[in-house]
Design a protein around this ligand. Structure first.
Ligand SMILES: [Zn+2]
Length: 553
């Protein structure tokens, strides 16, 4: 059939049939994986030749109750999605509608006439996750729909509905199960986004947004009202943005802090929840990605009893995790550690934590001045954003305190330039700076769908590597990783201990490119080298590394 349509040649077909037998893959999957045809060609051929309808699952709205007709196990085993039920006709989306065994299994189990449709692999993966990983939420939605009928009859307003215990129960269940799943997925944020036809719920995992589920439009107001009640916001005010906080207790007894805020949009209020808990026990050198090679350097800069240690990188590069890890290692009953944070992400026993609040005038600079009167040994400044904070921090470092902080710049040398731009004198920088850690976060290949791949030589060359026969890995995309092929992230570091020569160069006011030339001669392990190790170990992909480290030396 594929041969007839001209998509592949007879020889390719014979080779594929042999290869398919050896690998145990289905023919279509084998051809696509081997790059003989594209998925689009495959879908198009089947559509033309078999007359199977194509369905774009990313746009289709699927009734969650269909999960009761086709249970999770069956859907996962055969990778199929129940799309709609019309009379006795059950439409199911599959990558390969010629998988008659799957069709037969569904027919026998449901007793319905099964009509296969074709869909893309990624879209099926995503739909499996959206439809089957939110069972608690889906049940709550059903309950809400049933009970809402009663509410409409009584003609209650949305606000009253949200406050009415009977009606609130399923809403509470829905909201709780969405938050619970987001925390379980280690998401940093949850977005409740109203659109014309439904409200999308997306979560940010490993820095990227993934759709968790679609909530029917008619339930939008009760969900938003519930979130606003949780956060102590005014639920009748829908035209201006609001901020609030909430604490949720998890089933295992742990508490999670949430920051909520609303934004009025054309389809109603959008709510974004920031999840503030990260497990303290996941924060250690190994977990954040410090390599064996960098261990000693990390020790060396942490052994300073005075001076400034800076962590630099763009937004979302994991600076805060590194900062917390360093604080954690420095905790000792014999020292006074004061930490100025905006916001305080979690509490650390043994550290005096201060929440910076610029609105009330408690800025980094003013808090830093006050804390110097509190007899500190180690001071942690969440971020150096202005010249005043930089100056006080450096003077504190010169007078015998160890100061840890972060700066939003590309790399170690740019941090020195940045301090100078803020008005810091070169002698002050040279005198106080002891170490700089630059970092990026790369996504790790999903262990659940990891597979060996042939690397693209051009991408390899861009990160300064060549195909030397090493086996490289990538994730194919599965429901555990929202089809992205990545799960979790790790840091890629560059640790610079300031030595006497570099100190002299800084105090002489040498510029960025001169300092870089000097650094190149000292032979320290750069971020890209650490990144290449991760690629070689199959922990990440060349493409991912290239994304976070755009320039090579
Ligand atoms: Zn995966």
């Amino acid at each position: 059939m594929l041969v007839d349509s001209g998509a592949i040649t007879e020889e390719q077909l014979q080779a594929a049939l042999a290869g398919q037998k050896a690998t145990g893959k289905r023919l279509g999957t084998y051809l696509i994986d081997e790059g003989v045809i594209t998925e689009k060609q495959f879908v198009e051929t089947l559509r033309m030749q078999l007359g199977v309808e194509f369905i774009d699952l990313n746009k289709a709205s699927i009734d969650p109750t269909l999960t009761e007709i086709v249970p999770k196990d069956t859907a996962r085993t055969y990778r199929l999605i129940p799309v709609k039920l019309e009379g006795n006709n059950l439409y199911i989306a599959m990558e390969d509608p010629m998988n008659f065994r799957a069709v037969e299994a569904v027919r026998q189990m449901t007793g319905r006439r099964v009509i296969p449709m074709i869909a893309y692999y990624d879209a099926i993966t995503r739909a499996l996750s959206v439809l089957y990983e939110n069972e608690g939420a889906a049940r709550a939605i059903e309950q809400m729909k049933e009970e809402q009928t009663t509410v409409t009859v009584d003609d209650l307003s949305d606000e009253m509905a949200a406050n009415d215990d009977e009606t609130a129960a399923p809403t509470v269940k829905l909201v709780n199960s969405l938050i619970e799943r987001a925390i379980a997925e280690k998401a940093s944020d949850i977005h409740f986004e109203p659109y014309e036809k439904e409200m999308k719920v997306r979560i940010r995992v490993d820095g990227r947004l993934n759709t968790m589920m679609d909530v029917p439009r008619e339930l939008q107001n009760s969900v938003i009202s519930r979130l606003k009640v949780m956060a102590g916001m005014n639920i009748t005010e829908r035209r201006i943005p609001q901020d609030g906080r909430a604490v949720v207790k998890r089933q295992d007894g742990t508490q999670v802090d949430l920051r909520l805020n609303t934004l009025p949009t054309i389809f109603g209020e959008k709510v974004v929840i920031r999840i503030l808990m990260r497990e303290m026990n996941t924060l250690n050198r190994h977990a954040i990605g410090i390599t064996e090679r960098d261990n000693e350097r990390f020790d060396r800069i942490l052994k300073n009893s005075a001076g400034i240690l800076l962590i630099v990188g763009p937004t979302g590069s994991g600076k805060t995790s590194t900062l917390y890890t360093m604080i954690h290692e420095l905790i000792d009953e014999t020292v006074n550690i004061i930490s100025l944070e905006d916001p305080v992400e979690f509490q650390i026993a043994g550290v005096t934590q201060v929440a910076i609040n610029e609105k009330t005038g408690l800025t980094f600079a003013s808090a830093l001045r006050s804390c110097l009167r509190q007899d500190p040994d180690i001071i942690c400044v969440g971020e150096i954003r202005d010249g005043e904070t930089a100056e006080i921090a450096m003077r504190a470092a010169m007078t015998g305190h160890l100061v840890l902080s972060t700066i939003h710049t590309e790399d170690a040398i740019s941090a020195i330039d940045r301090l100078r731009d803020m008005g810091a004198e070169p002698y002050l920088i040279a005198g106080s700076l002891r170490g700089v850690i630059s970092q990026r976060l790369v996504r790790k290949v999903c262990p659940n769908c990891k597979m060996p791949v042939k690397p693209d030589p051009f991408t390899l060359s861009l990160i300064g590597m060549q195909d030397d026969g090493t086996v490289y890995y990538k994730g194919k995309g599965c429901e555990r990783c929202f089809g992205s092929g990545f799960r979790g992230r790790t840091g890629v570091f560059e640790i610079l201990a300031i030595n006497a020569e570099l100190r002299d160069a800084i105090s002489e006011g040498k510029n960025g490119s001169e300092l870089r030339r000097y650094l190149a001669k000292t032979g320290f392990t750069s971020m890209i080298e650490n990144g290449r190790d991760l690629v070689r170990q199959g922990e990440t992909t060349p493409e991912e590394l290239l994304k976070v480290i755009p320039t090579i030396e």
